[in-house]
Design a protein around this ligand. Structure first.
Ligand SMILES: [Zn+2]
Length: 113
């Protein structure tokens, strides 16, 4: 059996992605990224979608917590909020780059020429 890497295109089976192209391939809501072997579009799959949903949910909780804790308009409140959002984004990109498998793009317009 051929070893299935997370960088394997779900359409043609070629290992045509790398951590960078995969991290920015997008999720189901995007048109995805074109496979350089077969030209069809791929996105980060279900695992990525679940992971990012959890990460952003935690980020929102942290942001609200900070908002109520640091009620005085201290600049640190804004800085921590920005750090939380950036950290959530970076975590999701790392997950896409190294952990979650790819899937076929599902948007209708992903396959129009
Ligand atoms: Zn392909």
């Amino acid at each position: 059996m051929k070893h299935k890497s997370i960088y394997t295109c779900p359409h043609c089976g070629s290992k045509s992605f790398n951590p960078i192209t995969k991290a920015f391939a997008g999720g189901y809501h995007t048109r995805g990224r074109v496979c350089r072997e077969c030209g069809l579009r791929c996105v980060n799959g279900k695992a990525s979608m679940i992971f990012s949903a959890i990460v952003y949910l935690i980020a929102v909780v942290i942001v609200f917590y900070l908002y109520f804790k640091i009620a005085d308009a201290s600049v640190w409140g804004y800085i921590y909020t920005v750090i939380t959002i950036v950290a959530a984004y970076v975590l999701c990109r790392l997950f896409d780059a190294f952990i979650g498998p790819l899937d076929k793009a599902i948007r209708n317009d992903a396959y129009k020429k």
